[in-house]
Each structure stands twice: as C-alpha cells, then as structure tokens.
Ligand binder design. Sequence first.
Ligand SMILES: Cc1cc2nc3c(=O)[nH]c(=O)nc-3n(C[C@H](O)[C@H](O)[C@H](O)COP(=O)(O)O)c2cc1C
Length: 359
Amino acid sequence: MKPIDVGIFLPIGNNGYLLSATSPQYMPTWTLQRDLGVAAEALGYDFLFSMSKWRGFGGATRFWDFTLDSVSVMTALAASTRRLRLIATMSPPLLHPVVAAKMAATIDEISGGRFGINIVTGSSLAEYDQMDVLPRDYDSYRYAYAAEWLTVVKRLWTEASVDFDGQFFHLRDCVSDPKPLQTPRPFLVCAGVSEQGFHFTAAEADCSFLTARTVPETRALSNRMKQIAREHGRAIKTATPMLLIIGETDADARAEHQHYVQGLDRGAIDRLYASYGGSSRPSAQARIDRTISSAAFGGQVISGSAETLANHIGFLVEGDGIDTILLMFPDYRSGIQMFAERVAPLLRERGIGALTVRP
Ligand SMILES: Cc1cc2nc3c(=O)[nH]c(=O)nc-3n(C[C@H](O)[C@H](O)[C@H](O)COP(=O)(O)O)c2cc1C
C-alpha cells in the first residue's frame, strides 16, 4: 500500500476558499477550527495547515476580511489535539527570526513535537503595503531573505549561542532555549513555484506544496521538484491542495460547483486581481484565472462522486506521484466526514493508504 498524508487546509478566513455569494457563508471562529481539528484527529487525518493573511478582498461577501492568525490558531490546536501534525505559516519580514525560533520551539513543546512551519515570502506583497514593513526592493530577493532568516532560526534551534553577521540579520551572543523537541528540527514546508522559490523549497523544505491545472501538470511539477531536491543532495515530499465537492453522482457535484460559480463575488475578484494580478510573477495571473473559472482560491476544485474523486486522487498519487493532499471543502464539517467515510476507503481499495491511522 502506498501511504499518503492527508491534511486539512483550515478555513481561518471567512467563507473558506470559495469567493461566492452562493457558497456557505461563515466566520472563521476558533470553535470551528477546534471542532475541525478534533474531528480530523478522530477520523485519522494526518495534519492541519493554516495560511497567513493580512488583508482581505472585500466584495459582496467581504472575502477574507476576517482572518485568524495562523500561529495563534495552531498554538491553541496544539493544546486541543494529541496526534495531528500542525503547520502554521510564517512570513520572514513579519517575524524576527529570534521570535520565530522561540515561537516554534514553544509550540513544539506544547504539541509534544508536532509542529511545522510553512515559510512564505508573500504571495501578494500588496497586503504588506499597509504596514510599511518590507525592506527596499524586497520582491527581487525575497527567497534570499527567507534563506538567511531560516539559517538564523535553525542555528538558534541547535546552538547554545549564536553570533551572526548577515545581509539582513545581526545577532550577538544570541540565545534561544528550550530547543524544539523534534529532531533534527520542526519540519518545514514551502509553496514557492518561481525559480527562486523552487530552489529554496528543494534546498530547505521537507515538503513542497504545488498547484497546477491538471493531473499531468501537477505530477510533472512534483517530478521536477524531487529532481531539484536530489541535485541539492536531498529527498523531498510533494503535496497539492484541492477543494473537494463530493456528490451522490458526478452530475450532482458539478451542479453544486456551478451554483457556486454563478455566485462568484466579482467585487472580491477585482480586488484579488489588483492585489495579485499586477504582480510580475507568472504564477499569480494563472491563479487568478483559475479563481474566476472555479470560484475557488488556493487550489484546484475537484467535483464528482466518491468514485470520481478517488480516481482523480489515485492518478495524482500513484507510483512516484504526489505524496500528500491538502483538502478544502465548501462545508468543512460535513466534508471531512464524507471524505473519510466515502473517498478514503475507495483509495485504500486502490492500494493508496489514506487515513490509515486508527486513533
Ligand atoms: C497550500 C499553499 C499555501 C500558501 N499559503 C500562503 C500564505 O499563507 N501566505 C502567502 O503569502 N502565500 C502563501 N502561498 C503562496 C506561496 O507561498 C508562494 O508565494 C506562491 O506559490 C508563489 O510562488 P513564489 O513565491 O515562488 O512566486 C501558499 C501557496 C500554497 C500552494
């Protein structure tokens, strides 16, 4: 059986990942995050993941105008769960590495060694404008900045005292104790897809989160990431996010998806476009185009019966394909249950070990 990890992309922004007036409308309360975490643990999921977002997109649905802080939510979940791995997002320009190193060691201690960091360099720099926090020309060296930040964090995690004179950070006899529980360190993930992002991820992360339009494209990206990691003398896992719409039949699921597309929040899309679309990054435009056609932001929408979804995921993960899937749903409470009860058993029948941990 090929084991895969299955995680939940927690809805810490209002309405989750659908920019639509006809999808479920809800606030990202702590109660919701806790209930999902506790349920996911009982159902055998492997990890929880949350993003870091500092500015929403307005529109009729006020998309992501309400977001919880990623690290705070994961800290609370560390105390509310016992087994799941917990991945919080940290953005180097917003957190001094000395603060980040201690926060991570603290959450690793609270969780008993289950903490990981998603390192981001800012997919939309527009959200940082309100803070005036970015160093000059940051966009042109974001991954060099992240690499130096991470070097400092890793040294603080392992050395008694750190002296460091870098381009961006300067430490004198700097200490950080306790060290994280995990050895060699808390795990690291990154979703960089630019050339620099790809190389940073391949050189530093334990898992790379990738998005693409189709199964072959996603598998090709995954192969390329694994190849670049090998060139860095490392092995890396790959993951992809997906929003699942599970119906009794394919037609039911597609109709549900179409209903959400019809309710697309055009006001929020305009702000999203202004925020990401003006970017010189090729990946940004592709993400917005996908959002307009699917009403979802953050990953591909896969709709269908349980059999169709199991087939789709099967094609992604089989052989040397993707190792990890990160799931989103229109309604998370019912979605995580339906995936566990209907889709995961079909994957296991195909020889794909999804949700095999029996709590
Ligand atoms: C699953 C996933 C989660 C992400 N979470 C965040 C996030 O919380 N904050 C952020 O600024 N970017 C986030 N991103 C964007 C990536 O970090 C990255 O910036 C993007 O894929 C573009 O790649 P590049 O930075 O190499 O240009 C996420 C991407 C994916 C696929």
